[in-house]
Design a protein around this ligand. Structure first.
Ligand SMILES: NC(=O)c1ccc[n+]([C@@H]2O[C@H](COP(=O)([O-])OP(=O)(O)OC[C@H]3O[C@@H](n4cnc5c(N)ncnc54)[C@H](OP(=O)(O)O)[C@@H]3O)[C@@H](O)[C@H]2O)c1
Length: 349
């Protein structure tokens, strides 16, 4: 397997965005070893400086061509920037982890959630573009994969409740501004979604296809099948935006290949990597976006059998995960950590 240098030169493209800023915070808090960090954003951000490791780093633009030697590049500047620039970074020798959807369906680019299919990274022996899955897919699969491995998921039906931050820093700012406008009794800015978001719920803002599904719903199907390496699983989703700032929630109904019990599901989730179970029926305390925001784990609760599936083969869960962290920035950095030299990975700073 390919290994990076002990102290790689790291670049973040999209450093001023919701995901980019989170990656900078996580690199620092996890003591990710690096020689230097290069931060790239649009020409709008030229002159901006971002705090890192006791100093600050000036943002650069990509207009001046390829930067000199970069060992590891994280991309979070949207699909078109990734399509244009990620191959250039790879061809110049960088391992690339891309947060956009640009390479998720490309069979030469592994699509990875480390808790689920880290083995897909082991075959990489040269600079490659690795795709981070869609945030709703990551959140669902961290929780559901341990059940799939043990009991076999034949069908998954998910309803998502997606936060503003999933649409980027500007969407988060618009929801906050609508709250201020409501309190002040002034007109709300509706630039991002073209409608009032505060006190509202609406269909996910991705393109609707000919079959009536939006892109986010289709990603849950195609990416789950790719990550599990099987087209046998059937997935149906309804994805909506809710006026939370950060952390997505998902109601997930599962149909298994064989009969199971609530006890078996609880036991599997109790030991699942990246999962924290919050399931207190007495106190009515279950996962909430505010509990998940800022954390690394996917919170899982409302664990119960789904009696609409015959033969004890159905179960239902409610999950929450910080989609800027585990749904994007943290997942990308966990992928990169896989390529650190073994001695460094075992003894982080
Ligand atoms: N937000 C999430 O929860 C989430 C989850 C999973 C995946 N993603 C994906 O991650 C990517 C970034 O999302 P985000 O939410 O962080 O978006 P965002 O907050 O809107 O940030 C976009 C970033 O891209 C930069 N950018 C725009 N044009 C550029 C250019 N020409 N050259 C270099 N940088 C440019 C922006 O710089 P300026 O500040 O200078 O404009 C900003 O740093 C998207 O592909 C998104 O689909 C996001």
């Amino acid at each position: 397997m390919m290994r990076m240098p002990n102290l790689p030169t790291v670049a973040i493209v999209g450093a001023t965005g919701a995901v980019g800023r989170e990656m900078i915070t996580i690199l620092e808090s996890r003591g990710f070893p690096l020689r230097s960090l290069r931060l790239f954003a649009s020409p709008r951000s030229v002159g901006s400086r971002i705090a890192f490791a006791g100093g600050d780093i000036a943002c650069e633009t990509l207009d001046h061509g390829m930067p000199e030697k970069v060992d590891l590049a994280f991309f979070s500047a949207g699909k078109s920037i990734s399509k244009e620039w990620a191959p250039k970074f790879r061809d110049a020798g960088a391992l690339v982890v891309d947060n956009s959807s640009a390479f998720r369906a490309d069979s030469s680019c592994p699509l990875v959630v480390p808790e689920v299919n880290a083995h897909a990274l082991d075959a990489i022996d040269r600079p490659t573009i690795i795709a981070n899955p869609n945030c709703s897919t990551i959140i669902a699969l961290v929780a559901v994969t341990p059940l799939h491995r043990a009991i076999g998921v034949e069908r998954m039906v998910a309803a998502t409740y997606q936060a503003a931050s999933g649409a980027g820093a500007a969407a988060m700012a618009e929801l906050e501004s609508q709250a201020r406008a409501f309190a002040a009794g002034t007109t709300m800015d509706t630039t991002i979604f073209g409608r009032q978001y505060l006190f509202n719920v609406f269909s996910h803002n991705s393109a609707i296809g000919a079959d009536g599904s939006n892109e986010e719903e289709r990603k849950l199907l195609t990416e789950t099948q790719r990550i599990w390496g099987s087209t046998a699983v059937r997935v149906s989703a309804t994805c909506v935006r809710v006026p939370t700032l950060r952390a997505h929630a998902e109601a997930i109904h599962l149909e298994f290949a064989r009969a199971t019990t609530e006890e078996e599901i609880r036991a599997l989730l109790a030991h699942a990597p990246g999962v924290t179970v919050i399931d207190d029926r007495v106190q009515n305390r279950f996962p909430e976006p505010l509990m998940a925001a800022g954390g690394d784990d996917i919170l899982v609760g409302r664990i119960r059998m789904d009696r609409s599936v015959v033969g004890d083969r159905g179960a239902a869960l409610f999950v929450c995960g910080d989609q800027i962290r585990k749904g994007a920035a943290l997942n990308a950095i966990q992928i990169a950590e896989h390529f650190l030299p073994q001695t460094v990975a075992d003894n982080p700073a």
